[in-house]
Design a protein around this ligand. Structure first.
Ligand code: DGL
Length: 264
């Protein structure tokens, strides 16, 4: 395996770009590949078996493009398929889960809101996470219906966004939470609006940076860090309409991004 081989990153859509950004910052010399499986958005209401099939298909596509490591930049796909992919594939695989542990460590009053997709919240992996790390905290757990589609439609921080967030969060805003966990990689793209709705006193956390740090650790352990001093390259693929993906990439990443269709 060559050090210069790329890292493969995927999500159901553009949400994983919130993680991709941290990876780019922390590992500027790595070549990065990203797949957005937008034909099947959202993953959050699909069966485990369906998500496992998609994850396997995308992981194998990325390995054909010479991926030296994989990042599942999606809490829902991690819950459904990280174990399976680790059993089937021999390269390092980094997944993600809602930041319950950091939240319980940082909360002052032990009242924490957790936002994620239904798929993540219903998963066995999430139940285990709570058993291990809830630590007696009072948790207010909320699936955020429609948020992923909102972001995939390219909606920004406007009045409609504030209403969508208010409608979802209303029931937990009376609970005096001091910490709010964004347990889906799409939600950081609504961060400013979420902060506006919940107010400045509530600490909002996500795991993008922690995942990028974990990836760097795994590459170090496996002696796979790219030793080149030139800036890494980026390639993007999607399923679903190419034009839409280009527009989203322009908004959320940068206008020079090169995007191709992934065979589906
Ligand atoms: N971005 C994904 C996550 O972190 C999933 C979104 C979806 O439901 O497709 O859970």
């Amino acid at each position: 395996m060559s050090h210069s081989f790329p890292i493969g990153i995927f999500d159901s859509g553009v949400g994983g770009l919130s993680v991709f950004g941290h990876i780019r910052d922390l590992l500027p010399h790595e070549n990065l590949m990203y797949v957005a499986d937008r034909n099947y958005i959202p993953y959050g209401n699909k069966s485990d078996r369906f998500i496992q099939e998609r994850s396997r298909f995308i992981a194998n596509f990325l390995i054909e493009q010479k991926a030296k490591a994989l990042v599942i930049a999606c809490n829902t796909a991690t819950a459904a398929s990280v174990q399976l992919l680790r059993e089937e594939l021999s390269i390092p695989i980094v997944g993600m889960e809602p930041a319950v542990k950091p939240a319980t460590l940082h909360s002052n009053n032990g009242k924490i809101g957790i936002l994620a997709t239904e798929g993540t919240l219903d998963s066995g992996k999430f139940k285990i996470l709570l058993e291990r790390h809830a630590n007696g905290a009072e948790l207010f757990i909320k699936p955020c219906h429609g948020w992923v589609e909102w972001i995939e439609e390219g909606r920004g921080d406007d009045a409609g966004t504030l209403n969508l967030i208010r409608d979802t969060l209303d029931p937990i805003l009376t609970k005096e939470i001091d910490t709010l966990v964004l347990g889906c990689t799409h939600y950081p793209f609504l961060r400013e609006s979420i902060q506006q709705v919940v107010g400045d006193e509530i600490n909002i956390i996500d795991t993008g940076l922690a995942v990028a740090s974990q990836l760097r650790r795994r590459l170090e352990e496996e002696s796979l860090l790219n030793e080149s001093s030139t800036p890494g390259e980026e390639r993007f693929w999607c399923t679903g309409p190419l034009g839409e993906m280009r527009q989203l990439l322009d908004r959320l990443w940068g206008s020079n991004a090169r995007v191709e269709l992934m065979p589906d």
